[in-house]
Design a protein. Sequence first.
Length: 111
Amino acid sequence: MSLAAKALKTVHSSMDVDKVEDLMEDVREQQQLSEEILNVITDRSMFGPAVDEDELLKELETMEQEELDKQLLDAGSLPEVPEAALVASGSKSKEKEPEEDELEALKQWAA
């Protein structure tokens, strides 16, 4: 314990209350300066108004829809179906099915 007391006396002999107060004042000033710098760095008003992410997403969606609409309008009209294909498919539907032939034969037999 006596060694600790001697060490404290040695440290305290090189210090006085005025030096400690000056040192503490310097520390407070540096902390205040650090806080001011931090406030300037984190101040969002320097970067313009705050941005709402939901609003940005809606705007992006609208722009994408407009682009899609433009592409669809630029695509032109639907391709035309050749009349030959319509006639060919129509003639198939006019042909009698085998069941219809059997039904007709049954009608004739019954009469």
